[in-house]
Design a protein around this ligand. Sequence first.
Ligand code: ZN
Length: 331
Amino acid sequence: MRKDHSPPPPESGSSVSPDRPWFTRRSTLVVGVAALAPACLAGWVLTQVMTGAGPDEQQPRPAPLPASHSALSPGQRDAKPGATPSQSPSTSPTAAASTPAAAAPAKGSLTGRTVVIDPGHNTGNFKHTDEINQQVDIGTNRKECDTTGTTTNSGYMEAEFTLDVSQRLRAALEAQGAKVVLTHQADRPWGPCITERARIGNEANADAVVSVHADGVSAGSRGFHIILPAKVKSGAADTAKIVGPSRELGERIAGNFARTTGSAPANYLGGGTGLVVRDDLGGLNLSTRPKVFIECGNMRDAKDAAQMTSPEWRQKAAQGIADGIVGFLGG
Ligand code: ZN
């Protein structure tokens, strides 16, 4: 449901650095790459890596794409405006392993890493309103333990969607050797509370945490966005150490999610960057590990809903998130 994590406070929008639109920089990069003959690509990429030259020179890295992303898939290319070029399915993690600068690494690259996945909401929350409405302390203020989440107009629940994508994401990450922990998996009648969701990531010493959601706003509002933690310090909330790495994680996921799904950044917030900074989410405020939320689309928009109710699209969504995590973790 929108009230828990959808409306960014006015000040948050300004926290998204307007000088770092990841897709614009990607677009520039892709144009440069596309201008080169394929035979020159590997050498060019190596040069970029060795010298730090090019559009990535100024930190932070803007959701880097694999070197092989010049191999655009015509079908996917059409799915996005020019700012979000696609990548061929052939540039999967294993296919890209021969290029050192590829964002997606060889299989097993996450061995020894821990990723916590938080499927937003719970399909049982509707039946446990007293429990989920109890107030919990998120450091900066008090808030409901959890919310019901939204649904498509045909009744497909956000909590069903988030769990399905999370399970697909788990499989993709485990295939890379990661240890994966889900905050819940339909094994409890409601919740967990947002405080517990954060605690699970912290106690697992997760190298990355992703909370999976879908938005529920007016029809016509489309696209995905990543929610990044604001810098907050109040009570149990202290995000100073995770703001930087969480942004990098979010940028990586945004770039890869756009590539695998063909979705564009949200057209209704974030200024078209697909990135929003929020200071009102307990799941972010209480995290001590790099963490982002992803709102995969708008369930109340018929076109976005048609995608999210498709198992094939959900697999692409999970793969994009997984590729972003792999890139962030240095694969
Ligand atoms: Zn949600």
